[in-house]
Write a protein that binds this ligand. Structure first.
Ligand code: PEP
Ligand code: MN
Length: 259
């Protein structure tokens, strides 16, 4: 398989999809919408890092099969989180790109193993910032991923744990220009996890584009009220399509297209 990087100059790569992969119908609805909107990627969690062991943990390999199938059917590239060294080869056998979540930013053995597994095939890796990590710590950890030779690593700001409780996490929008100043890696902004609630997402997404992000992550679900995880922050497919129209205007104003 030939891997293509996440990001091409002049574009903002949209990484949309449900928090958790739940069933074939859900993935079909999301994938067909994303493809119709001219987007190239679908995301979704199969192995979920849940705060409570009693919460939905994800469908595991069945979820990988469902996202791979929806991607194939609609010509979308696929992104999912890998949480465990033991799952890397399995996950890579189904999807195009790996996500490392905020809770694993400092799991250096996982990072080393992902680096080794992607050293020759260069599968893109989306590397989220630890929710309590400094930019220095994040950039340093990113070198565990690139040291094997895979240049296709994209950083992802997803909000920090602070004293603020009005949002789920505090989005560090300044991370975007700081990363551009300090690193050659592209930077994604996940606006869903810091927002925690759908009404804040348009503002955060517009701010991320204006700040110069190379990619956006937005969680969407055909029926957020029934979602098995992160329901309050997932946009309906109609709301996402309407927001994308607005975001395309902002992107055009700075000479970029959303793909
Ligand atoms: C996710 O994107 O599904 C996720 C769990 O994100 P984070 O690691 O940022 O909490
Ligand atoms: Mn989520």
């Amino acid at each position: 398989m030939t891997y293509v990087p996440y990001h091409q100059p002049g574009t903002i790569t949209m990484l949309a999809g449900p928090c958790s992969i739940e069933d074939a119908e859900q993935m079909e609805q999301v994938a067909s919408t994303l493809a119709t909107l001219g987007l190239h990627w679908i995301r979704g969690g199969a192995f979920k890092p849940r705060t409570s062991p009693y919460s939905f943990q994800g469908l595991g390999e069945e979820g990988l099969r469902l996202i791979a199938e929806s991607g194939r059917r609609h010509n979308l590239r696929t992104l999912t989180e890998v949480m465990d060294t033991a799952h890397i080869d399995l996950v890579l056998s189904y999807v195009d790109a790996l996500q490392i979540g905020t809770r694993n930013m400092a799991n250096f053995e996982l990072l080393k193993s992902v680096s080794a597994a992607t050293a020759t095939r260069h599968a893109p890796v989306l590397f989220k910032r630890g929710m309590a990590a400094t930019i220095d710590e994040w950039l340093s950890a990113a070198e565990y991923l690139t040291q094997g030779g895979n240049p296709n690593v994209m950083l992802c700001e997803r909000g920090l744990r602070t004293f603020e409780t009005a949002t789920r996490f505090t989005l560090d929008i300044a991370a975007v220009p700081v990363i551009h100043k300090r690193s050659l890696l592209p930077i994604c902004v996940d606006v869903s996890h810091p927002a925690g609630q759908v009404d804040l997402i348009p503002s955060l997404a517009k701010a991320a584009i204006a700040a110069g992000c190379d990619s956006l992550m937005i969680e969407v679900h055909p029926n957020p009220q029934q979602a098995k995880s992160d329901g309050p922050q997932q946009l309906t497919l109609d709301a996402f399509a309407a927001l994308l129209d607005e975001l395309r205007v902002i992107a055009a104003a700075i000479g970029k297209t959303i793909v």
